[in-house]
Design a protein around this ligand. Sequence first.
Ligand code: GCW
Length: 693
Amino acid sequence: EDGYDLWLRYRPLAGPAQADAAAHARVIVAPGTSPTIAAAVAELERGFGGMTGRPLLRAALAEDGAIVLATPAQARGVGLGSASIADLGREGFWLLTTTANGKPVIAILANTDIGLLYGSFRLLELAEQGVSLAHLDVRSAPKLQLRVLDHWDNLDRSVERGYAGQSIWDWWTLPDYTGPRYTDYARANASIGINGAVLNNVNAVKESLTARYIAKTAALADVFRPYGIKVYLSARFSAPIELGGLKTADPLDPAVKAWWAAKADEIYRAIPDFGGFLVKANSEGQPGPQDYHRTHADGANVLAEAVRPHGGVVMYRAFVYSEHNAADRARQAYDDFKPLDGRFADNVIVQVKNGAIDFQPREPFHPLFGAMPKTPLMMEFQIAKEYLGQATHLAYLGPLFQETLESDTFAHGAGSTVARVLEGKVDRYRLTGMAGVANIGVDRDWSGSTFNQANWFAFGRFAWDPDGDAKTIGAEWAQMTFTPDPRFVTPVVAMMMASREAVVDYMTPLGLAHQMATGHHYGPGPWVSELARPEWNPTYYARADATGIGFDRTVSGSDAVGQYAPALAGRLADPNTTPERDLLWFHHVAWDRRMASGRTLWDELVAHYDRGVAQVDAMQRLWDALAPYVDAERFAKTRTFLGVQQREAMWWRDASIAWFQSRNQLPLPAGSPAPAHPLDYYRAIETPFAPGH
Ligand SMILES: CO[C@H]1[C@H](O)[C@@H](O)[C@H](O)O[C@@H]1C(=O)O
């Protein structure tokens, strides 16, 4: 019960659900023989075998209780009529309870074997969720093309911002040994529609592009291929110098172009379906085109030309630092990329973090979304929770993903949501996608905690359908991971849905950001002010002084507000029409400002910290009451972690209040407990509490 199975547990179903599944899953009919079909059949056998306690048998023609997998060309041959599924594209599927040869069957129809695999997983998931299989009619196709995990995994198996143990890529034994963990990784990803994996850290080293590592990468590609997953590599921009012995990595230099083209040819000889490159350039010390006074478009295009003949793409990150606008970190990506709209090659997609700073517990959506009509943009979320308590704090990210995706950019009037931008419906995009920074490592439960698995799962679901619903997704995950029993699912989903807001409340309420101690980003460090780059200091973000708090991003400040579409910018320019949850992100506000509640800003801020702590208390009580529904091992781990979170929510609250009180000298509102220790205590423990980084 250590959680290794993730949501693919396939434990025996409860009475009626088991009978239902057994009646519909007696035999399996799969006319194809590809490795992908073999994977689908193996998964159905494993899944229904586990859930019904009876083996699923193979047959050539439909009979009672058959699961029939077929492409339109195969449908007649196995007794199904003709099916019209052209609209489902290359990866979609249709699950249908119907008849074939006059027998009741479940048909899985798709245009390709990968679609059939996705349909098989969805059928298994529905059965695990306790859904009746008697009247299925589910048509589903992904709305985004590239659904990718970004691994920040280093070649020594450390993982940057990884909290689940070492990297699962064992570069030492690759390419020879490709044990079952790689297949299980592929199964889990295919079950949620993920179709790409960038294997190495965006802070890339040259070695990843050497022949030795290409061979290791090819071995993983071979394991993943049947599951519809392509591999990608992060490319180090200066590799032509470091590996090629050239004097420059200037993207316009003919020798540099030739080097990248030859490198791409070499990779594609080993991996014919290699996905392409991910690039972090001119950011946090990484080399890039600006080193040669070239633009990011020049930088992206040299790599794009190299992979184009092979059908590859370049995912070029907009997480850049810039000497322009050092006064506001939040402005930099937009200022560098907006002028380049339309100048990227047609196989480049620019990858933009959900917000303009850095994966904070809450950020307004990134102003580039909706602002690049001629350049495909893809989303980058961080599943790893670097700034949301990492492995120990329970924070379900579904609401964070959904909040960003349903934000309205107003790019072409109301309804131009970030989701629709990504889907290429606001501006026509030739490429679409979503990346998630993975939270996966060799820990027995893969993700550092059971509930962190939900964030991997939710990422996959939102990448498949950016218009998805966090609560529905959370319920599906809980049903599969624990039990479909509503006495468990209803309360646990309520807990999950409130959990991320609790983190916002006790870490960075009302639009505050980046108050984490620097380096590890785990506990509070709102006082930190001495780092060389001002944009790494919490004091830079909160700007707390005797009179007020918050970052003025209006015209009187950095005017980052002006990067949004006018209809939205007009509202954000005025504190009275800015949502309170984003108030201090956009405005520097007096401590005694009246809030909607009638409280002053200071009292409101303290109320949020208190509320965050109270919410964690409530989560502890709720989990304790669910003991009867959860195995002892997973129950105890979550219980222990909630205890850690409870202690640390108070740490966050008290340290933050002690610091801000040292700025404003204001008394606490009546009824709010004083910090347990003086400010110096929190400053002293800033680092020792830090795990890992
Ligand atoms: C991979 O580097 C990371 C860095 O560890 C992290 O603290 C910051 O969030 O973002 C960087 C990035 O996204 O490139």
